[in-house]
Design a protein around this ligand. Structure first.
Ligand SMILES: NC(=O)c1ccc[n+]([C@@H]2O[C@H](COP(=O)([O-])OP(=O)(O)OC[C@H]3O[C@@H](n4cnc5c(N)ncnc54)[C@H](O)[C@@H]3O)[C@@H](O)[C@H]2O)c1
Length: 144
């Protein structure tokens, strides 16, 4: 890896057959790994076995989260731990059915890792979108 920043990988179903094998490999490759698994078709001992296989040093880079991917609360709990990278939470409008529960955006990490810095912020983005929509009420279609 080119980056000196440790990369985090989330493995869903990481206590399962494919998951545990993947996690062992990722830890050996130097990644930090978070697992989310509801243990519906696996046992926590499988994760213990992963720790045994990779040893104590790499085990420190493994985090297990008991949770169900279909459960919004479990997902929010998991990502709230990672919020150091997702520092700006923006409430765009009143939520509608099917909308994402929250939207996070931060360019801090891309600046650190890629040397890329955003030139404009949310204010400019909203202003430009508003102007464009006002000037193009039919979007990309021609006026009928
Ligand atoms: N010894 C063997 O050869 C062996 C053993 C097991 C599986 N297999 C094969 O491997 C394949 C399946 O492996 P796999 O790793 O995809 O399946 P898996 O069932 O082993 O792993 C899936 C994991 O996802 C978890 N999970 C399921 N739904 C979830 C949810 N909603 N939220 C969170 N976690 C959830 C389960 O608890 C499980 O740990 C099959 O083809 C199977 O026949 C082979």
């Amino acid at each position: 890896m080119g980056s000196s920043v440790e990369q985090n990988i989330l493995v869903t179903g990481g206590a399962g057959f494919i998951g545990t094998h993947t996690v062992v490999q990722l830890l050996k490759e130097g990644f930090k790994v978070s697992i989310i698994d509801n243990l519906d078709n696996s046992v926590i001992e499988a994760v213990d076995r992963v720790r045994e296989l990779v040893g104590p040093d790499l085990s420190n880079k493994l985090e297990f989260n008991l949770g169900d991917l279909r459960n919004k609360g479990d997902i929010e709990k998991l990502f709230s731990k990672q919020r150091k990278y997702l520092s700006n939470s923006v409430q765009l409008s009143k939520k509608g059915r099917g909308d994402a529960s929250a939207v996070y955006g931060s360019t801090e990490r891309s600046e650190k890792e890629l040397g890329w810095k955003a030139k404009y912020g949310v204010d400019e983005m909203c202003r430009d979108q508003w102007n464009w929509a006002n000037n193009n009420p039919w979007g990309y279609q021609k006026k009928l």
